[in-house]
Structure formats: C-alpha cells, structure tokens
Design a protein around this ligand. Structure first.
Ligand code: ARG
Length: 463
C-alpha cells in the first residue's frame, strides 16, 4: 500500500529496506511533546487568520491533547510505515477527529516542522544542562569553602610545581563550568528564532502570521529567510560544540579523580556509592564512574564531528541527510547530562585526605620558587641568578636526601653567602600559599572571597 500521508502519486508501497532506511520514528518520537506543541500553535494561528475554521482548530487542538496523553501514558502505537513523529501524530489525529485533521498541515511542511521541533527540543535540553552545570558549580563551591586552607601540590606536567589549595583547584572547575554555561546560553540566544511557516523551502501563499506562532512557542522572532530556516542545523552544531567543550572539562576532573584516588597519591577517597569492586582482586576500589565520564566525551565529540560531516557540502535547502542530525545529538546530550550528574555526585561525596595532600605538597621542592623570589626580594639578585642559586640548593638537598627546609644555613651559605635564616620563613608550604595573594592567586583568603562571589552569583535567579 502506498503511504497514506503522501502516497497520492505512488502505485506501490516502499521496499522493506526503503522503509527501514527512511524511517526516523525510532528516534524522533523523543520530541513528541515539542511536535504537538508546535502543531497546536500552528492550528491556533491558522484559525486566527481565518485559514481554517475555529471549529476545526478546536477539534485539532483537543485531538492533539489526546494524542499527547496517549503517548505520555505509553499507549500510543508508533508505526514505522508512517516514517516519523510528525506523520505518526497527524495520522492518529485523523483516527481521532476525522477529516479536520487533514487541515493541520496547511501552510507548513515537515521541513519547517522538524526544524521547529528540534529547536524546541534543543532549547529545553540546554535549559536542563544549564541547571545541571549550576548544580555542579554549587557542589564545587561548597568543597572550595570547606577546603580553602587545605594544601595540596599544584602540578605542571604532572610534576610537583608549587603548593596550592584544594579550594583553589575546585574553583578552577567552577570557572570552566561558568564558561560552558555561557557558551550554551549564547547558543540558546542565537537559536531562538522560529522557522515555523517557512514551509517546504519557499514560504507559503497563505496569509499566515509567523510572529504569532513564534510568540506562542516562546521564540524571540520568526526566522528571516525560508531557505535558511529549513536547512539550518547550526543550533545543533553550536550546542554540540559547547557540549564537547563541557564534556572535555569533565574528563580533566575525572582523570584527576582517577589519579588522586590511586594508593600512590591517596589524596581522595571515593565512597562505595561511586566505586566498584573487582571480581578477582578483593582489595580493589575502582573509580569506574570517573573513568566512564572520561570516556563518554568521545560520544559528544563524535556527535559534533558526525553532524559537521552530514552538513558539509549540502546544497540548499532541506535534504534527507539532515534526518541524521538527531540520533548522535540525542546520545551526546544524554551522555553529557549523565556525566554531569555523576561528577556532581562524586564531588559531593569524595573524602579529602588532607594529610596526604599536605605531605605531597611538602615534598618535591614545591617551594623552590618561593626561595628564588626571596633571593630576589631580600638579596636583590636578578631573577635568573636567583633561579640558578635555587637550582643548586635543590641539587644539594637532593644529594642529602632532604627537602629545602632540611638544609642548614651553613649548607645554604656555601651556595650563596648572603642568605640569612629569614629564608626559612618562605620554605614552608603554608607561607607559600598564604603569600599568593595576587588577584586570582591561590591564597586561602582569595579562595574564600572567590567562593563567596560565586555563591552570590549562583544564588541569583538565572545565574
Ligand atoms: N523525518 C524528517 C527529518 O527528520 C522530517 C522532514 C522530512 N522532510 C521531507 N521532505 N521528507 O528530517
């Protein structure tokens, strides 16, 4: 049998394989609510403009509400021969209300319909992700407040560099998540123009009111060019690009959690609720959630790449290629959402081993820069010379098997006769972090101020 929605000129139905490759209902059923919302707005506008009767519009809207309830209640039968969510909904509407259903598709096409639905879906998803990113930030800010004074080694090249505070480290991720939210908000702002009414590609000869549908669907305005409207998927690309960066940020913290929780580091302990055991090694406590967050970024980045490749070289306007915009995007945004939930859970529940962090910060000559700075400040050495002197002192300490503050004054004077015992005041990790008061530095006071600024900001509506 030919398709009842568009089969007028067809003598026979599609091959089984044609149906399989063509259908999107398996995945686009996910935005049934957005599809029905768009259709209700369209029907109301058609009635307002006298294009369909008020009576038909009322029937359509009531029927669409029934379809919505059926889908939400889990007793809607999705049919592959009806290809996609748009035709599944319309066909069921026809079962329910009869001929009036056929008037709904006046002055629109599935091309503007799918663009509208997907925009609505992406917009909802952005709002959800934004809330999750905010929760993630709040969890980090709480740990930063708690650990403004907790000293840990700061690394560059994963080699001990200078002591920092754990609170400062947590706030670094708050900044990243803040930029992620900014990128998503930016994508949201740009996507918020309504394609509905662009019809297949050229607009329509019916006297529709695109402002009205745009407004009803909470868009800022209608899109301005019908060809662009039905062939634009920038809003998905931008969201996936922002999502890729966010997912990448999460992998960095995930990796740190993996490293910090190894017995070699022992900086943190994940709770039972966020670890798994090994089936063979009874002592194991594996950070699987962190590892999976690290891995799931692959899906997000993959989805961005996949859609870029789908869109590349597509002539205007709509091509069926664009149906391939959905599955990877759904999968990617789900993966990011789950990763955020897992990371927030881990941040909230991990236990900090302050002793181990502090011990590691005190080893590895982490205050060598403080020593060099002291030589500059107190002995007026040029920084390069101070760097050299400090290097010799580090080598000496290494030979003696002690840390910098384990060297005697005599030892130090062998290298630089001007050194006084005032130098010891800068060799401790507490002094080191306390001295880093430059704007954005790691000093505990800075961390407390920064955390409280974030708390204020995150407490405000929409922040
Ligand atoms: N299922 C289609 C999609 O997701 C809807 C648009 C179909 N348009 C068409 N001209 N066949 O892209």
């Amino acid at each position: 049998m030919s398709n009842k929605m568009w089969g007028g000129r067809f003598g026979e139905g599609p091959d089984r394989i044609m149906e399989e490759i063509n259908a999107s209902i398996g995945f686009d059923q996910r935005f049934f609510a957005q599809d029905i919302r768009g259709s209700k707005a369209h029907a109301a506008m058609l009635a307002e403009k006298g294009i369909i009767s008020r009576e038909d519009a009322d029937k359509i809207v009531a029927g669409l509400d029934t379809v919505l309830a059926e889908i939400e209640g889990g007793h809607f039968e999705f049919r592959r021969e009806l290809e996609d969510i748009h035709m599944n909904v319309e066909s069921r509407l026809a079962d329910l209300i009869g001929a009036a259903a056929g008037r709904l598709h006046t002055a629109r096409s599935r091309n503007d319909q799918v663009a509208t639905d997907f925009k609505l879906y992406i917009r909802d998803t952005i709002d959800h992700l934004d809330g999750q990113l905010r929760d993630f930030q709040l969890a980090l800010v709480a740990r930063a407040e708690e650990h403004a004074d907790t000293i840990m080694p700061g690394f560059t090249h994963l080699q001990t560099a200078q002591p920092v505070t754990f609170g400062h480290h947590c706030l670094a991720y708050v900044e990243m998540a803040g930029r992620d939210r900014g990128r998503l908000a930016d994508a949201r702002k740009r996507l918020n123009e309504c394609p509905l009414g662009s019809a297949a590609l050229a607009g329509t000869s019916f006297a529709i009111d695109r402002e009205m549908t745009a407004k009803a669907l909470d868009f800022d305005a209608p899109t301005r060019n019908s060809l662009d409207s039905v062939s634009d998927r920038d809003f998905v690309l931008e969201t996936l690009a922002a999502a890729s960066i966010a997912a990448t940020h999460l992998t960095r913290l995930a990796e740190e959690i993996v490293i910090w929780s190894t017995p070699g580091f022992d900086f943190i302990k994940l709770p039972d609720s966020f670890t798994t055991g090994s089936s063979i090694m009874p002592q194991k406590r594996n950070p699987d959630a962190a590892e999976l967050v690290r891995a799931k970024a692959g899906r997000v980045i993959g989805a961005l790449t996949s859609l870029l490749v789908v869109m590349k070289g597509l002539p205007l306007a709509y091509s069926k290629d664009m149906q391939e915009d959905k599955e990877a995007a759904f999968d990617a945004l789900d993966a990011l959402s789950l990763s955020l939930a897992a990371m927030t859970g881990m941040v909230k529940t991990l236990t900090v081993n302050e002793k181990a962090m502090r011990g590691a910060a005190s080893r590895g000559f982490s205050t060598a820069t403080d020593l060099a700075d002291w030589l500059v400040r107190s002995l007026n050495l040029p920084f390069r010379q101070a760097h050299h002197v400090t290097g010799s002192l580090v080598a000496m300490a290494e030979r003696k098997g002690c840390d910098l503050d384990g060297l005697s004054l005599d030892d130090m004077r062998e290298v630089e006769p001007g050194i006084t015992d005032e130098v010891y005041s800068v060799l401790g990790v507490d002094n080191s972090v306390a001295s880093r008061t430059s704007y954005g530095g790691t000093a505990p006071g800075n961390v407390r101020d920064a955390a409280s600024r974030w708390r204020d900001r995150l407490g405000k509506a929409g922040q």
